[in-house]
Design a protein around this ligand. Structure first.
Ligand SMILES: Cc1cc2nc3c(=O)[nH]c(=O)nc-3n(C[C@H](O)[C@H](O)[C@H](O)COP(=O)(O)OP(=O)(O)OC[C@H]3O[C@@H](n4cnc5c(N)ncnc54)[C@H](O)[C@@H]3O)c2cc1C
Length: 459
């Protein structure tokens, strides 16, 4: 396979299988199983690779930071992996228009660091920020911890460049907020998980970096109380409410126990723990705002206890309790992670049904729930052995039966479909929508070489 690409790619852009197997596979066990890894450094080189791959009928799996959680980067030996790891340039930051232009291999952290020099930031923030790439967050339409304030990735991309499977370069690097000139083609590549083309660069919106952020950790007796707290916080903080994250008791007990070792900011008990993050002019203002939210909610009985972080270190300590999700894997070596949306008034019923189903079918497994409660996005995780993870089908079936029998639910809030959720896709997409998706795929990728088998079971 290597010879096919040697005329197009210099030696440093080609990684042979033996070296490839030595690389960290990230969050998808088979992401390093490809027959070849190509690391182009220009859009033109990406286009040439696509042309050759299409002519030979070779599957291409686009890869970013490999932090995706639905096996979207899984490969087989007859495919090539294409990484944007050598395309990381920040091309432009415009503080007047508040935009940043970067190559798609730049990490979210690199993009934010460049924006920070102008007192700006992206609206997108996810815990994998140090590794996930611009191309990855665009292709998965990533969400994260600030969606309630700035929206999903889809709401933050102004333009992009994408290479189609036949090598055509769609350069749609719009930099304007307003540009009504027909079909919004960039949206085809946002959230399509690399199945329609390879994103090589993009233009993102930027926002003023808050002068200060304040973080509180609050204890709510139950979900109803937490939702009442959300309403109070939205009213009192208005546009300054950045994040509203929830940790159910088992999750908080596990991660705070492992991280804080007896010095937890709040005791692990039966209450739901909420992280509230607000923006403000200075630390006095954010503290005063958090305190008044706390007092109003406590007076109404929605909050039983709470702490307000007094320093950046205390803020990070609170956030790490929520973000160090990998700790779930510690006891058994692996974990299953489900990412769903449930309508606000259905969450309690859903969790009760899931607890009953789990106790009936898998009483030996513990379930840990946390997530972006401000936008009804729950993550349900279970510690399992690597072997159980390999053979997760029966657990998936019971879990998704519980999700799909819940009105107003989504099988994927923000992680996408990848390989893992194709079977459940019809829950959220009508037969007509699925047929149109297949038609779009067949039009842009008639030989089905672009991330084969992901998202849609067949074209
Ligand atoms: C600790 C942790 C926390 C996380 N938290 C969140 C969260 O809060 N919100 C959230 O939404 N996600 C979260 N994720 C999931 C993950 O970080 C996101 O899905 C992220 O967007 C993936 O980016 P990546 O660069 O790692 O992409 P990869 O994992 O490399 O790829 C993901 C998908 O995008 C495709 N792709 C990658 N680059 C390109 C490209 N240039 N062109 C075309 N297709 C491409 C791949 O083929 C694959 O289908 C988390 C993951 C971890 C490990």
């Amino acid at each position: 396979m290597r010879q096919l690409f040697e005329d197009i790619c210099p030696p440093e852009a080609i990684v042979a299988p033996a070296q490839l197997r030595l690389r960290d596979p990230g969050y998808s066990a088979t992401s390093r199983d490809a027959g070849l890894l190509l690391r182009p450094d220009t859009t033109a080189m990406v286009a040439a690779i696509c042309r050759t791959a299409q002519a030979q009928g070779i599957g291409i799996v686009p890869q970013g930071g490999l932090t995706g959680l639905v096996d979207g980067t899984a490969t087989t030996a007859d495919q090539i992996a294409l990484s944007l790891e050598r395309m990381t340039a920040i091309l432009r930051v415009d503080p007047v228009q508040r935009i940043i232009v970067a190559e798609a291999g730049a990490t979210l952290q690199q993009v934010n660091d460049a924006a920070a020099r102008y007192g700006l930031m992206t609206g997108i923030d996810i815990p994998s920020r140090g590794n996930c790439t611009l191309g990855g967050i665009i292709s998965t339409n990533a969400g994260g911890i600030r969606v309630i304030r700035y929206g999903m990735t889809r709401d933050n991309v102004l333009g992009l460049t994408a290479v189609l499977p036949d090598g055509t370069v769609i350069e749609d690097m719009n930099t304007l907020l307003k540009n009504n000139t027909g079909y919004d083609l960039k949206q085809l590549f946002i959230g399509s998980e690399g199945t329609l083309g390879i994103v090589t660069a993009a233009v993102l919106r930027l926002y003023p970096r808050p002068d200060t952020t304040g973080v509180a950790l609050l204890s709510c007796p139950d979900l109803g109380a937490a939702q009442a707290l959300l309403a109070i916080a939205q009213r009192m903080a208005s546009g300054n409410l950045l994040s509203f994250e929830a940790m159910w008791p088992e999750y908080y007990a596990l991660t705070s126990g492992l991280l804080c070792k007896g010095h937890e900011p709040l005791p692990p008990d039966a209450a739901l723990k909420i992280i509230l993050e607000v923006a403000g002019k200075d630390s006095d203002a954010t503290e005063a705002l958090l305190l008044s939210i706390f007092e109003d909610a406590a007076e109404a009985g929605h909050v039983a206890d709470g702490v307000i972080a007094k320093s950046q270190t205390e803020q990070l300590a609170i956030w790490s309790i929520r973000e160090d999700t990998d700790l779930i894997a510690q006891p058994l070596g692996a974990f299953l992670s489900y990412d769903i949306s449930i309508e606000a008034n259905e969450i309690t019923g859903f969790l009760d049904r899931w607890d009953r189903a789990r106790a009936t079918h898998f009483p030996e497994l513990d379930s840990f729930v946390f997530g972006h409660l401000g936008d009804c996005n729950l993550h349900v995780c279970m510690a399992v052995s690597p072997d159980t993870k390999q053979n997760r089908g029966p657990i998936d079936d019971i879990f998704y039966d519980t999700v799909t029998s819940t009105p107003g639910s989504s099988i994927s809030a923000e992680h996408g479909i990848g390989l893992g959720k194709r079977k459940q896709l019809p829950h959220n997409r009508s037969p007509a929508s699925l047929a149109l998706m297949r038609q779009i795929k067949a039009t842009l990728d008639p030989k089905a070489i672009m991330n084969p088998g992901k998202l849609l079971a067949e074209i």
